[in-house]
Design a protein around this ligand. Structure first.
Ligand code: R5P
Length: 294
């Protein structure tokens, strides 16, 4: 295998190459004055299984085009197989038509990457696993939750209460609970499809005087975590932390969350930011090494 660190995931790609010992192929990339993306492979890929590590956070559309160009460049230059490791998969949340007149955006992304020559996609905690059925080639969804939970254990929070801020994140809270060895629970969340506003409600949770970690796949505007923190305060939690795989942290999300009494925000390097305290490199490397030897 050879590893390409795409322009959106240079550090993560570098770490994966180091951990796996697979040779790295450098990429030259730039943006033309009119905004178009340019990429060029600077090494040999003929007859290789090439792994491109490229997240697709903002600017999503440019990141996706860079990925498609890299896939196609590898194929044109004789790569035997091309795998994309896309930690944050843009457009995964538009996986169906919610309102008349919309499209299924992720299906368009899947077709584009297929047309470019992609053979396999590996992603991390994709919003809904069913999204991967839209891809006409093999896919794999890995979970970073045990690594996030381990961070809190190392900080001395064994037995923390793992809270899912909505039912969809319950599997996440349950995976964290396995590491914490404490309890887990979830809140109910409703989203207004026109305004995007969410409202949350929770029954009685056993969090009085407890340390709670609110775990989600994505923190975007922070509204979900702020709402959950408010409920936890009302129910007497003593310390509240939050962790997510994909810290989009749009605008003043971080400030809003900290102002709501959350003591720390922890994310992975799926989307590089100052909250990226847990690296995905060991998780990705383990999977690639298993594939290489399998
Ligand atoms: C949606 O259900 C996701 O799992 C997240 O809860 C959501 O994307 C978070 O968005 P925000 O931070 O804007 O509330």
């Amino acid at each position: 295998m050879k590893v390409i660190a795409g322009p959106a995931s240079t550090e993560l790609g570098e770490k994966v190459a180091q951990l796996t010992g697979f040779q790295k192929v450098n990429v030259a990339s730039r943006v033309f004055p009119d905004g178009e993306s340019y990429v060029r492979l600077e090494g040999e890929v003929r007859n290789e299984h090439v792994v491109i590590v490229q997240t697709t956070c903002a600017p999503q559309d440019s990141r996706l085009m860079q990925l498609a160009f890299l896939v196609n460049a590898a194929k044109r230059h004789g790569a035997r197989k091309v795998t994309a490791v896309v930690p944050y998969l843009a457009y995964a949340r538009q996986d169906k038509i919610f309102l008349s007149g919309e499209t299924v955006s992720i299906e368009v992304v899947a077709s584009m990457l297929h047309a470019a020559g992609l053979d396999q996609l590996i992603t991390i905690n994709v919003h809904a696993e069913s999204v991967l059925n839209k891809f006409p080639f093999p896919t794999k969804n890995l979970s970073a939750i045990p690594y996030l939970a381990q961070y809190f254990v190392q900080m001395g929070h064994r037995k923390a209460f793992a809270l899912a801020p909505d039912k969809g994140a319950m599997y996440i809270a349950d995976q964290a609970k396995m590491v914490f060895g404490g309890e887990s629970g979830y809140l109910e969340k409703q989203r207004d499809r026109y305004t995007g506003q969410t409202t949350q409600t929770g029954g009685h949770l056993n969090v009085k005087n407890q340390t709670v970690v609110i775990l989600d796949d994505i923190i975007s505007t922070g509204g979900t975590i702020v709402g959950a923190a408010k409920i936890l305060r009302e129910q007497g939690a003593s310390h509240v932390y939050t962790a997510c795989v994909h810290g989009l942290l749009i605008g003043d999300a971080e400030k809003r969350i900290l102002d709501a009494g959350v003591e720390e925000i922890v994310a992975t390097d799926s989307i590089p930011s100052k909250a990226s305290k847990v690296t995905l490199a060991p998780l990705i490397s383990k999977e690639l090494q298993a594939q290489a030897s399998g």
